[in-house]
Design a protein around this ligand. Structure first.
Ligand SMILES: [Zn+2]
Length: 94
């Protein structure tokens, strides 16, 4: 446990990233979201976050990282519902 700030993944809405996807100057940090596996600065160059979100959901919205485990009780649907994506696209077919 730490008091370090957490950041939300703009693709999957995972809210416990230890690094933001952009640094204060707006450059990608090249971090990887343990939840959806998006590599910021690489995967999101050619595709929008909404496109990557739709792909992640289409592939089952599964936890990505093998090294970092999902938080207890993690639920992709709840995470997506709770996220306030700036692009307003929850990627859900509803
Ligand atoms: Zn993510």
């Amino acid at each position: 446990m730490s008091d370090a700030p957490h950041y939300m993944c703009p693709v999957c809405g995972f809210a416990e990233l230890i690094e933001p996807h952009l640094d204060p100057t707006g450059s990608p940090t090249y971090s990887i979201c343990p939840c959806c596996g998006v590599h910021f600065g690489a995967d999101d160059v050619e595709k929008t976050h909404a496109e990557l979100r739709r792909e992640w959901i289409a592939e089952g919205a599964a936890w990505w990282s093998q090294n970092e485990h999902a938080p207890a009780g993690w639920d992709a649907r709840r995470q997506l519902a709770a996220a306030r994506f700036s692009d307003g696209d929850v990627g859900a077919a509803n």
